[in-house]
Write a protein that binds this ligand. Sequence first.
Ligand SMILES: [Zn+2]
Length: 975
Amino acid sequence: MRAVGTVGGYAILRQEPLERLEGSYLELEHQRTGARHIHIACPDDNNAFAVFFPTVPQDSTGVAHILEHTVLAGSRRFPVHDPFFSMTRRSLATFMNALTSADWTMYPFSTRNAKDFMNLLEVYLDATFFPRLSEDSFRQEGVRFEFDETDNPTSGLRYKGVVFNEMKGGLASPQAAVHRAIGKAMFPGLTYAHESGGDPQHIPELTWDQLRQFHAVHYHPSNAYFYTYGDQQLEKTLAVIEQSALNRFERTAVDTSIADVKRFSSPVQLVEPYPATAGEDNSHKAQALVTWVTVPSGDSFRTLAMKVLSEVLLSNAGSPLRKALIDSKLGTAVADGSGLHDNYRESVFGAGLKDVNADNAREVEQVVLDTLQELASGGLDKDQVNAAIHHLEFEKRERSNAGFPYALKVLFACLGAYYYGGDPYSALNFDADLAHLEKARGEGRFFEDLIQVELLDNSHRALLTIKPDVELEERNRGLELDRLAAVEAKLTESQKSKIVEDGLRLKADQDAKQDLSTLPTLELSDIPMNFEDVPSRPMMVGPAQVEFFALQTNGVTYIDVRTDFSGLSPELKDLLPLFSRVFTQTGAAGQDYVQIANRIAAYTGGIGAAAQVQPLAAVEDYLQSFTVSGKALDRNAGPYIELLTDLTSRLEVEPKRLKEIISESATRLESSIANLGFQFAALLAHSKLTSEGAINDRLLGLGMLHVMRRLAKLDESELGDVISKLQTIRTRLFRRDSIHVVVTCEGSMVDTVAELLAHLIESLPAGMSDGKADQPGPLDPVPEARTAPLPVAFNVRAFKTVRYTHPDAPALLVLANYLRDTFMHREVREKGGAYSGFAQAGISSGIFYFGSYRDPNITRTYDAYDQAAMWVTEAQIEAEALKEAILGACGDVDPLESPDIKGRREATNRLTGFTREERERFKQRLLEVTAADLVRVAQTYLAHGRSVQATVAGPELIEAARKDRQELFAVVAPI
Ligand SMILES: [Zn+2]
């Protein structure tokens, strides 16, 4: 491509306007090294940076993933243990992470502070291009031999290492088995056939030398893709990249290309096991999924077309392929891996069912093929195609920081085209592709032909069966222990003492005090002390209160309909999680669930419902709030509010549909237990401390799981009673006089929305919702362990503390940051090998807790929890560490927001007492927290306070822990 200009040492290959972002797109190439760079110039002050490298491992040792971890463990200019974690405490980053996908490794961050941006940029560049990659950090992050008791060579040889344990936990779920199966079955011989994260059976094969070699080849500017976004001056950023990294390199030829997969002449099959619990009924716990390799992910137009098709086929309850699968009764929910995956060089489309009998996989395949055949010949519903296109348009329009900063969402929107050799600009500015699509649709059977060519006539197809295997966990453990025993048997005395020596050195090194003075940092004076004022316009529409937040929303209207559920009986409250699902997945106003699903897709960007507990700032009490929230483009405000009206005032629930919803919810929950382990343990612990914890456990925790299981046992004919209770919930919750509507929209939309809401409000029955029922007390405080088929543990100990406005609350938040960054990170992650170990202060709910995530230990971790308070008291708290903990706490109370979140958050804050004044006072107090305060609150609340604990883990781990410390758990039961 010919350059249109130059900037610094870069050629500008392309410069285009990005109207949707009020900015422009620049594509650059570094002239000497060939490094690629995309810059998005736009008025957003949340500036982002990312660099990623194609990494294409040829085995499952996890080399790319272990390298990602090791790169973050010290570099030439910043030779400290863990500059990355250290920087999280010296920064106000709105996002910092490192990610390993199947074929790239990325290092992204974002921040709103200009000084912080430059600090992080220096650290990221040095880490990625000049890491130390020391042998000890490879052993700590990857895998090493160590004796069970480090200094005792007779205590049994073990593998230890962060990634080793992370992947044990990471691969245990059915979802992970699906992804493994797709890679193996669809891309034989290519990098995708391997487990890029690392398979614990193969991780020990990796050597330190291979790791360094992999870095030297892949992490070179000639193999690098840069990305920047925001309102900062590009020249300045480029100059830093040049001086701190690129000027040490010359252009080289790096071949990280991935070939097109050789297409199959006939379809294949693959069975992949996942770990399941023995003694349970596993006869219907398989998943069956049909997959195809389809269009190149770099081709933005063809990918857009496939995305629309996938959306039409599967996105909601009314989508034809999804409906045919559910109606077949072969399973109860759509399989993991259903939909389009454009994170391979050639995208994969999949469709199937979970909760099936493995012997029925062929029948699932037949349903998929027959349905596609019918659609290809009979044609797709035009309205459903329109709705799918509308949905994609909505996604592009909305500038939301929810979940992930928008600054990085833009990168992910063009990543496929950027990386796989397509046109990133057209992927971002997809109006041209959209116009092209509309034209193609107008000319004939576009999507029908797409089904025919990319799916039905495409023989590069696989039938994947994901099968529960009750012996898998035990077999893997056996293999690991056998391998260790074989190694141990051959160890000479001198090798044994070397292992002891290495282990002790690593420990000593982990304990050693670090000199962090080389790392850049923000100062307390860099912290903005004021919160933005978010004014509202309250009004009465009929008898209902409506609060308008007029903000720049880029043409999207957000509406929350809120109501108080505190008056419901405990029995009805238990049905709220089900009611939330039913609310958007059933029929209403004479239309069935398919028609309602189509209306939701055609007119909104999504509608959701949830029951939440909202703690008050000053008193031991909380609101119980049921919220229906949704969003729509301004032009659809009318049909959107009509839809909300139908759902709140004329919801219809049929036994057959209810049975489907219950089965699908139960199936989803059961297949996600490996991912929900921490949430379940944390909520279980909290339920033992407070009333709101007890409610939360029933809304989101094990209590909810158990209710869902009980409901799943009921036949269709037994659901009449449940249906009448669901309708009772609805009519008690949605009442004209008691709902509170919160609207965030463009100022120009306020009057229109107010008028439209009048009809919704009139349609509701008069009267207030019932008065408050008795609040439940906390549950039995005995320490509890729950078993699940997991190779790891989630350990939580929780303490009761104080409310937000109490003078000790700011010190508790700083203490949590301090303990997490110092003691917990070192003891539980670095030494213990857990994926993470942390301390958290629930400042709004008056809770403090320690938690460990994907942890290979139980006893060891609780020992660390026991020592934490004493450690705070005895170890000298240094000024630098205190400052970092305060910076971290200031970041916690000032998260990145966008218009979709701002109005809603403000409305809640006003009701619960988290006013702007209170929050500014809290932040001010954070700055005044002293070392003596930390010691005092650690003594008061942790050493002498009331605590409870809960663990979710594999049964062997729990059994072993009870042998060590019988008193750890008074109750042990399956999850
Ligand atoms: Zn990792």
